[in-house]
Design a protein around this ligand. Structure first.
Ligand SMILES: Nc1ncnc2c1ncn2[C@@H]1O[C@H](COP(=O)(O)OP(=O)(O)O)[C@@H](O)[C@H]1O
Ligand SMILES: N[C@@H](CCOP(=O)(O)O)C(=O)O
Length: 325
């Protein structure tokens, strides 16, 4: 359940009165999501999403996120568009929290991933990367290689209680990642959390991307690596090379992937697995029993990490670097 802050009818009406979006008809908390409080706000002009930004979002980052959504929407990316109040502001405060209203995206995220989904994903991600090219702001990725060891230090003591031997495995892998992390790949705006629950579909077509609250400036190929992990493993843990190939081909048709990017994919996939292993491990040991939020399994990402440790070429993901100019 992701509604951390309750909003009274009076506060809501005063808040919505700052916008030209009509009168409130209903406002219901949305159970999905983990980071922020989200409400489905219905007014007499249609549905909207009301988000109250909670503790884990740094308020200083909000102008980056909201300006990015404005920028992407203006370039035709299907994403939530911030609604600006009559004073021009998209970001204001509600119940003591930073808050914004965005447009409502139609569609549903796919519960069972099929090969056509990853092709649509590749296309949508390439469009996103291209549309971000002239976005003037930048945001450092705090959850990239330099952030992993400090994060691990805050939960390492509990690692072996989650999985025997995990502390040693992570420590050794961090040594490898820190030594081999590629730092000269093409960079730009990436989503950085493009999991299936953040990609909506209407029928077989992608209808939009949501949840840009990890978006940052980083290697485009790192975004691809995050998606290979999140979309191309079957529930039984098998890697599905067809889904991976569909993703890479659809992406590279719109935004060519260089040989250097492809060659870096195995180490980027290891890093992407480490990133989600660590945030899940941190949450696993720091989320109290009975908390509203369902903890995600760090073991799933340990399995993905071990898979990529055996990979020596992007050919294992369906696209051979030798085939790329
Ligand atoms: N713009 C949107 N249009 C339609 N539904 C949305 C939109 N934004 C969020 N939602 C709904 O709210 C849920 C949680 O949103 P999300 O941004 O993933 O939350 P969190 O950042 O807390 O993880 C989504 O799964 C979706 O159901
Ligand atoms: N995708 C991350 C968790 C972040 O959750 P989201 O609801 O903000 O997408 C994971 O699976 O660990």
């Amino acid at each position: 359940m992701a509604v951390y802050t309750d909003v009274s009818d009076e506060d809501l009406e005063a808040f919505v009165a700052e916008y030209d979006i009509g009168a409130v008809e209903s406002c219901k908390g949305i159970a999905e999501g983990v980071e922020n409080s989200n409400y489905l706000l219905q007014t007499d002009t249609g549905p909207y999403i009301l988000t109250l930004y909670e503790k884990r979002v740094n308020p200083d980052d909000l102008p980056f996120f909201l300006n990015l959504l404005d920028h992407l929407a203006a370039r035709g990316v299907k994403c939530p568009t911030p609604i600006h109040g009559r004073d021009g502001r998209a970001l204001r405060e509600l119940c003591g929290r930073p808050a914004a209203i965005t447009s409502f995206l139609r569609g549903m995220w796919p519960k069972r991933i099929l090969p056509h989904h990853t092709a649509e994903l590749g296309k949508a991600m390439a469009e996103l990367h291209a549309a971000g090219a002239d976005f003037p702001m930048s945001r450092r990725n705090d959850l990239s290689v330099d952030g992993w060891r400090p994060l691990f230090d805050r939960c390492a003591d509990a690692a072996d209680s989650v999985r025997p031997g995990l502390r040693e495995t992570v420590a050794r892998e961090l040594d490898v990642l820190e030594a081999r992390w590629p730092r000269d790949l093409p960079t730009g705006v990436i989503h950085a959390d493009l999991f299936p629950d953040n990609v909506f579909f209407l029928g077989e077509k992608c209808s939009g991307l949501i949840d840009f609250y990890f978006a940052c400036t980083d290697a485009f190929a790192y975004d691809i690596a995050i998606c290979l992990n999140a979309w191309c493993f079957e529930p039984d843990g098998q890697f599905n090379i067809t889904k991976a190939r569909n993703l890479l081909l659809a992406y590279s048709r719109l935004k060519p992937v260089s040989k250097a990017e492809l060659e870096a994919l195995p180490i980027l996939c290891r890093g992407a697995a480490m990133r989600f292993l660590l945030t899940r491990l941190y949450d696993w040991v720091n989320t109290p029993e009975g908390a509203m939020v369902k903890r995600k399994d760090p073991g799933e990402y340990l399995h993905k990490l071990v898979f990529h440790q055996q990979v020596d070429s992007a050919a294992a993901y369906g696209l051979d670097p030798a085939d790329v100019a």
